[in-house]
Write a protein that binds this ligand. Structure first.
Ligand code: ATP
Ligand code: MG
Length: 408
């Protein structure tokens, strides 16, 4: 924005300078003609006709005959005269054209002059030369000052405009922020409140299940189904609560140094039962005694999300492997990957799966009990540990998620 502003300013200054200086140049040329005419009349009549240069501000002229002797003049200011005569003697003043010359006066101050020359013609022969000039230093200084002034005013205007824009946008955005915050708070409160009744329903179902007086197979089936549904609901409510809390940054990380090797081994042990149900081989490649600094509970949740997905989206008889990399070059990084031989994820879906409620195959995922929140929660945890996640997947072949986390 400032570059555009500077360009406009330079263009304005350039065009003003050009307009005014071309006006002045034609004036100088006119005066040169006048002086030449007066000189030729004087020579022809042997009398002095006089000229009106006295009334013309800042003009000066010098008349030389063909031999180079000074014949007549209207002097420039004392400080400038020496430099002007030097320029004339050096032949730097064009005939017929007006040129702009910058020179230093005797006090070493910069001066800007418009200079031209014309021949004095008598009976069709050139008998001498008139050099006419005008001191336009003040005019240039004026333009310079006015440019600075314009720049100053525009800068102030720009700052005021930016300030007004900022405060107005704040006025528009803050109600939106408030509405968003209320909605987030509502989701957090609602899911929190739902947890207790769900726990009560679950406990009641457990009680019914263990009641020996209930013998009807239909009743037993209903209780089993009820428990399944309540489990799904509890997971959804828990996930929603996590997402709503992480939005509001309400969840503070509890950072400790812990054995990440043990965390991995424990998760693999716990997930083994679920993998076996699907006849999936779950293997871990976990180096011993590795420690990590971060939120232990969140990191466990993160690993679980990936292992859970790998098992969920791998058909029966497949393989899932969890690999924790030894610390090599990058000491501050913890790298692990979860690979499966499952259904794979299409290229176009690989970024989207980290969005909330996004499931590639909605019908299939739902039947597997997914809500599409797992990877969104994982992303939140990865971000809070300044990490990155990479997906490498081929449809119907399998997927590898690689996760890098920084020590906090
Ligand atoms: P939730 O984890 O909330 O129970 P979900 O598993 O459907 O439900 P995400 O874990 O966020 O949700 O995963 C989003 C989608 O990404 C999944 O529905 C699935 O389509 C796809 N996906 C995730 N992991 C894999 C994987 N290992 N192989 C194939 N597809 C996957
Ligand atoms: Mg999942």
């Amino acid at each position: 924005m400032f570059a555009v502003f500077a360009c406009i300013l330079l263009m304005v200054r350039g065009s003003v300078e050009w307009a005014v200086s071309s006006e002045q140049a034609s004036e100088v040329a006119e005066v040169a003609q006048d002086v030449a005419y007066t000189e030729s009349m004087m020579l022809a009549n042997g009398m002095y006709m006089g000229d009106d240069l006295g009334q013309r501000d800042r003009f000066f002229f010098y008349v030389f005959d063909k031999a180079g002797n000074l014949q007549n003049y209207s002097r420039a200011s004392e400080q400038l005269e020496h430099s002007i005569l030097e320029v004339i003697n050096n032949g730097q003043v064009p005939i017929g054209d007006v040129s702009m010359v910058e020179l230093k006066d005797s006090k070493n101050k910069k001066a800007v002059l418009l200079l031209t020359s014309t021949d004095i013609i008598l009976n069709h022969t050139a008998v001498g030369t008139v050099f006419v000039g005008k001191d336009v230093t003040a005019f240039y200084k004026g333009i310079k000052k006015s440019t600075y002034f314009m720049a100053g005013i525009s800068m102030i205007a720009l700052i005021i405009a930016a300030f007004i824009g900022y405060s107005l946008s704040g006025k528009v955005i803050s109600p939106m922020e408030e509405a968003y915050e209320r909605q987030r708070q509502f989701a957090a409160d609602a899911s929190h409140e739902l947890r207790t009744p769900l726990a009560v329903v679950m406990a009641s179902a457990d009680m019914l299940q263990s009641d020996p007086s209930i013998t009807s197979p239909i009743c037993k089936q209903v209780i089993d189904d009820l428990k399944d549904e309540v489990k799904k609901m509890t997971k959804l409510v828990g996930d929603l609560l996590t997402v709503a809390r992480s939005d509001g940054n309400a969840e503070k990380l509890v950072v400790t140094e812990f054995s990440i090797s043990e965390t991995f081994q424990q998760i693999i042990r716990n997930m083994q039962a679920i993998a076996e149900q699907k006849n999936i081989t779950l293997t871990g490649n976990i180096p011993d005694d590795m420690v990590y600094r971060g939120d232990q509970q969140k990191i466990s949740q993160l690993i679980m999300i990936f292992v859970d997905n790998a098992i969920k989206y791998t058909p029966k008889g497949g393989e899932v492997s969890v690999n924790l990399q030894e610390k090599k070059g990058k000491k501050n990084l913890l790298t692990f990957s979860v690979s499966d031989t499952g259904i794979g994820i299409a290229k176009e879906d690989q970024e989207k799966i980290f969005g909330r409620f996004y499931r590639v195959d909605k019908a299939r995922s739902r039947s597997m009990g997914g809500n599409g929140l797992g990877l969104a929660i994982a992303m939140g945890i990865i971000n809070s540990h300044h990490g990155k996640v990479y997906v490498d997947s081929v449809l119907e072949k399998g997927t590898t998620f690689t996760i890098e986390l920084k020590n906090l």
